[in-house]
Design a protein around this ligand. Structure first.
Ligand code: ZN
Length: 426
């Protein structure tokens, strides 16, 4: 499956007038370094950067280099959030969501998205995979273009443009039949219509194809989280086949039993949310290298609000999610950091996900690797991102103190460098 990744690389390296590295030599004096490869910190390290790349890891700054003093900080690889929505401003209730699609123009939403892009970079996320615009068309491809062209600051982006779902499965829903309302997805029914949509989206700049594979969740008496699968297996297989044929990958929103099972059977590349995953499917995911992007924090964040509007299942899902997460770790599934930021307010730091992952059983080092080396692998960018080593792009952040002792420090990133250019410093 990794071979499909090579086509993505070209999307990623854009020239950046704004925040562009000047080509000079910069030396970061780091009190500690978490290079993303092992479990431990190295002390008193100098990371030497030339242009947009890391030149070497040393103990001394070379003569003539511009020195940045991070001796009170721990340096880490730039963080990667593999599940965001820059075009969304939190949708705890259906009303929040409808309001954005009905009363905000795509142009207004794009203006707000440019602010979110700046914000997420400031939080320390130097790369994101943005998983669909929720009714704002192909605006994510334009936000990415504006960042790559140096028009606005922001992270490296891979985008999914418009997600796919079947008729009647995704908001806006519940309006009178005669009223035409916008949808948060591109509606497709049938295998051929799925293939056509994949072709259309790729031609308009989609790096990933996103599908919504299930809906309507309920907890069965045996504790299994049940759902209604949206696509037939035939439809899903056609979408995945078409995407892979065009060297693109597929991310599947699948929260429960059948949605996950069908996605795995159809050969998707990542399972998003996965609140419940059967043991058999975890085994297949581990064997085929299908990524699991659990997005834990958002579940806790929206649970109370959704329960208050008559959907108590969201509260029960939290415990089920923890059990699944622990079983996935045991099964050796690749777990990549993703938050669903935009599903909650962008003023909330998505780095809260680190604490959620640790609460569910990861060590801080594992959680940080899920957002660095593992996430880089999901993006198909492990040769250029995800660790701090010579030859890689100089995407580096720093936090005050030791995040392996206190993972909440990941919410206090105070130095951000993207491609050798400093975005913020202590
Ligand atoms: Zn999402």
């Amino acid at each position: 499956m990794r071979s499909f990744a090579c086509g993505l690389i070209v999307f990623f390296v854009g020239s950046a007038a704004l925040g562009q590295s000047s080509g000079k030599t910069v030396a970061l004096r780091c009190g500690s370094l978490f290079d993303g490869r092992g479990d431990s910190l190295r002390k008193n390290v100098v990371v030497v950067i030339e242009g947009e790349k890391i030149k070497e890891i040393s103990s001394n700054a070379p003569a003539g280099a511009e020195l940045v003093d991070l001796s009170g900080q721990t340096c880490l690889p730039g963080l990667i959030d593999t599940h965001t929505h820059v075009l969304l401003q939190g949708d705890i209730t259906a009303a929040d969501y409808d309001e954005q699609l009905l009363k905000q123009s795509p142009e207004y939403r794009t203006i707000v998205a440019t602010v979110n892009a700046r914000r997420v970079l400031d939080y320390g996320f130097t790369s994101i995979r943005d998983l669909e615009t929720e009714g704002a068309g192909y605006a994510d491809a334009d936000v990415k273009k504006a960042i790559n062209n140096g028009v606005i600051p922001g992270p490296r982006m891979q985008v999914a443009t418009r997600a796919l779902d079947v008729t009647g499965a995704y908001p806006l829903l519940g309006y009178a039949p005669a009223v035409t309302v916008p949808h948060g997805v591109q509606v497709v029914d049938g295998a051929d219509s799925g293939r056509q949509a994949v072709r259309e989206q790729i031609s308009h700049g989609a790096d990933w194809i996103k599908v919504y594979s299930d809906r309507s969740y309920r907890v069965r008496e045996d504790g299994v989280l049940d759902d209604i699968p949206t696509f037939t297996l035939d439809e899903l297989r056609a979408i995945v086949d078409e995407a892979h044929r065009e060297r693109h990958r597929v991310a599947s929103h699948a929260m429960a039993l059948y949605g996950v099972h069908n996605s795995v059977e159809a050969g998707v590349d990542s399972i998003e949310h996965g609140n419940y995953i059967a043991d058999e499917d975890l085994k297949t995911m581990a064997a085929r290298g299908i990524f699991y992007v659990p997005t834990i924090f958002v579940g806790e964040y929206v649970a109370q609000g959704r329960a208050a509007t008559g959907a108590p299942v969201w509260v029960k899902m939290i415990q089920i999610h923890e059990d699944t997460f622990r079983r996935a770790m045991k099964a050796g599934v690749k777990i990549a950091f993703g938050t669903d930021a935009g599903g909650f307010d962008w003023k909330v730091n998505p780095a809260k996900e680190f604490s959620s992952m640790v609460k569910f059983g990861m060590t801080p080092a594992q959680a940080i690797r899920s957002a660095t080396s593992m996430a880089a692998e999901l993006l198909g960018e492990k040769d250029s991102l995800g660790t701090i080593e010579a030859g890689k792009l100089a995407d580096i952040v720093a936090v005050p103190g030791d995040p392996l002792n206190d993972v909440t420090l990941m919410e206090k990133v105070d130095f951000v460098m993207k491609g050798g250019a400093v975005d913020r410093r202590p």
